[in-house]
Write a protein that binds this ligand. Structure first.
Ligand SMILES: Cc1cc2nc3c(=O)[nH]c(=O)nc-3n(C[C@H](O)[C@H](O)[C@H](O)COP(=O)(O)OP(=O)(O)OC[C@H]3O[C@@H](n4cnc5c(N)ncnc54)[C@H](O)[C@@H]3O)c2cc1C
Ligand SMILES: NC(=O)c1ccc[n+]([C@@H]2O[C@H](COP(=O)([O-])OP(=O)(O)OC[C@H]3O[C@@H](n4cnc5c(N)ncnc54)[C@H](OP(=O)(O)O)[C@@H]3O)[C@@H](O)[C@H]2O)c1
Length: 525
């Protein structure tokens, strides 16, 4: 389907994408200039977050990129199966949590568990996800003017040649942005119906689970677990490491961790840490019926369930590229790159979830842009070792910089500004702080549910070195806090305390810092 001279609107793109997804034999979608045998500055293999942003940046700089993607849309896994459904489910979890706590109080109706359905939310997502795909195709074609070939799997021939849809494309550079897919450990029984992950949940779920066992203990496990549990599906997380202590998360503060994990338990979730999944067992109906788990004590227990959800991480899709190009790849499957996103093979770049570091959108997009800028001759490096981070339970959990424990290892005088404060006998469960948008009703009726926050300051330099927050609405601030505290000059408690707050503000850090900034000898608050 050659659309170079066509200008589909959003509805028309939606129909093209839906028809292509429904038919495995559907034809490729072409948006290519008509010159014969063009030489591109780069072919971006994969038009997800990394490839699309990288190609758009290259085009904006005057280069000629081509994106090839196996899906009939641009944008990749984030809007199709990952971040966007996760945010929809996490928002539902937040709302359901509030509905449950306030059932028949104030203006809240009696909570009706029969209307809280995982399946309904999955269907809602599926009915709406096409609009993001349609918009990204339209924007990339009409506004960003990037050439693309969609619904066509690329085969890498060598470092300047790619084939797709029966055609050969030549480029000065290749940018590999082929993403990663979930990996499941080798546990007997995982092939039973009822064992799903974040991909198959949205593509295949066709019943309403009543109980769930989640294997894994990181973001996917916590976010989906909190959602399933909030719908009323009795949820158990089985994790080898303590929750939020997995290697993929860094700088997690212990007090924040306790507030989050205790909160999940308070809401009825079972969390089994230090446990290893042994096997998944089927029932008479052929579907999963239980999971056998070895506890920290060595004892094996069977956890009855009708749904197993896998949150055991991801691995890049790298085999074909490695075999064709000979690029260096780590044991984890991640492609080795330098800070310019250059692989071990000249002219070949790798970006996004294919490379080491956090599998997050900021890294996918910025690594794509770094590759593009490097190819276009700029002297640019991207260091993703430090970054702000977040996850959802029924709360938004956000953090940046050092945890309190990490700060105490580095600095002799660490000052903590915290809400609620840790003061013996203060009766903090009845303290309606922190409060702001999203927690006001909690603050006045159930103050212990209104969140947690901590600012970590190096008392000698007076610099903020870490910030940690559980609540709602603070995530945006952390993007800017990350920039401010990681600048060479940093951000002092005095500068923070002199900012113009928009009161009430979810993290309260500005006004709390102001209460202490007058003192030459900083103390905890
Ligand atoms: C459940 C979940 C929730 C998440 N939530 C968040 C979040 O809230 N915030 C956040 O920052 N990050 C989140 N992430 C991470 C984020 O989704 C990823 O980091 C990001 O999507 C990676 O982008 P990418 O471009 O590297 O890969 P992808 O977006 O996966 O793109 C890869 C593309 O390559 C294509 N492709 C692969 N092989 C070929 C081939 N041979 N030929 C042609 N095309 C090919 C695929 O079709 C795909 O379009 C989440 C991840 C998960 C799993
Ligand atoms: N920004 C967001 O909100 C968001 C949301 C979801 C996902 N993501 C990203 O998507 C990626 C995938 O997330 P994820 O949570 O699936 O993966 P992850 O962070 O890599 O965590 C994998 C989890 O699986 C466990 N695990 C691995 N192998 C196992 C085995 N054989 N048996 C039992 N447990 C096993 C790990 O346990 P151990 O800790 O014991 O090793 C860990 O708890 C991450 O990079 C994440 O950052 C981002």
């Amino acid at each position: 389907m050659d659309l170079r001279d066509e200008h589909p609107n959003l509805g028309e793109w939606n129909r093209i994408i839906e028809a292509s997804l429904a038919d495995p034999d559907s034809e490729p979608i072409l948006n290519l200039d008509r010159d014969t045998d063009p030489l591109y500055d780069a072919v971006f293999v994969g038009g997800g977050a990394g490839g699309r942003f990288g190609a758009a940046y290259m085009k904006a700089m005057g280069g000629r990129p081509l994106i090839i993607d196996a899906w009939p849309f641009l944008g990749g896994s984030c809007p199709h199966q990952a971040c966007v459904p996760h945010h929809l489910f996490s928002e539902a979890a937040e709302e359901l949590d509030r509905m449950r706590w306030f059932s028949e109080e104030l203006f809240f109706p009696k909570f009706d568990p029969s209307r809280a359905s995982i399946l309904d939310l999955v269907k809602l997502f599926l009915a709406g996800r096409g609009s993001a795909h349609a918009f990204m195709n339209w924007q990339t074609k009409e506004q960003l003017d990037v050439e693309f070939l969609l619904n066509a799997r690329a085969t890498i021939v060598d470092r300047t040649t790619v084939t797709a849809a029966g055609r050969t494309f030549r480029a000065k550079n290749l940018v590999l942005g082929m993403g990663a897919r979930p990996v499941w450990p080798d546990i007997p029984g995982l092939d039973l119906p009822g064992v799903l992950d974040w991909v198959s949940l949205v593509e295949e779920l066709d019943y309403e689970p009543q109980r769930c066992v989640i294997i894994g203990g990181s973001k996917v496990a916590m976010e989906y677990g909190a959602f399933f549990n909030a719908t009323g599906c009795q949820t158990t997380i089985v994790s080898r490491s303590p929750l939020m202590r997995t290697r993929s998360l860094h700088h997690v503060d212990e007090d924040l961790r306790h507030y989050v994990v205790d909160g999940m338990r308070k809401r009825g979730m079972t969390i089994i840490e230090g446990a290893h999944p042994v096997r998944v067992n089927g029932g008479r109906d052929g579907r999963v019926a239980s999971v056998t788990v070895r506890l920290e004590t060595g004892e094996e227990v069977d956890l009855a369930t009708d749904f197993v959800f896998m949150g055991t991480g991801e691995r890049p899709t790298v085999d074909q590229a490695r075999d064709a190009l000979g690029i260096d790849v780590l044991d984890t499957g991640r492609v080795v790159v330098n800070k310019r996103m250059q692989t071990s093979v000249p002219g070949v770049y790798a970006i996004g979830d294919m490379i080491d570091g956090p599998m997050e959108m900021f890294k996918a997009r910025k690594s794509g842009v770094t590759a593009a800028r490097t190819i276009m001759g700029e002297d640019i490096e991207f260091d993703y070792s430090e970054y702000p981070d977040f996850l959802h339970t029924t709360y938004e959990v956000t953090w940046v910089g050092l945890s309190e424990a990490e700060a105490r290892e580095q600095f002799s005088d660490v000052v903590i500004i915290q809400m609620p404060p840790t003061v013996k006998g203060l009766d903090t469960p009845n303290l309606p702080l922190p409060c702001a948008e999203g927690t006001m009703l909690y603050a006045f009726s159930k103050p212990e549910l209104s969140g947690f926050q901590k600012l970590v300051v190096d008392g000698d330099s007076r610099r903020v070195v870490g910030a940690h927050h559980v609540g709602y609405g603070a995530k945006d601030a952390f993007q800017y806090l990350d920039h401010l505290i990681h600048r060479p000059e940093g951000l002092t408690v005095d500068q923070l305390g002199w900012m113009n707050e928009l009161f009430l503000n979810p993290e309260h850090f500005v006004q709390l810092s102001r209460l202490r900034a007058g003192s030459s000898d900083l103390r905890d608050l």
